[in-house]
Design a protein around this ligand. Sequence first.
Ligand SMILES: [Zn+2]
Length: 118
Amino acid sequence: MAHGLERHAEPPMTLGKSLVACMVCRLVKLSEQFYQDGCENCTFLDMAQNRGRCEDCTTINFQGIITVINPASSWAAKWLHMGHSTPGCYALSVRGDLTQEIEDVLRENNRSRNTSNC
Ligand SMILES: [Zn+2]
């Protein structure tokens, strides 16, 4: 009995790979990619190979994704204040709070969070 229960749909495998956004520059990548390479715009955050730092600086709480191919000539990139950012995918808005430690790192590096939400 209960033969029908053996039939099921395979869950999408991509669910295991979560997209997250850097809370400082809003770059969107897989959390694994942040762990592997860190954030291209925020190298001073030392996210590469540092899980704790990745978790402190990235969030799944973001909305909308814009792909920026040529930040210097893109009106959208200028509008979002990311004219100097590395080409890639960016969240339109990111929610989440940085820890005091990360805020201190930003200050030490003379960087500020790109908080311009749309
Ligand atoms: Zn970043």
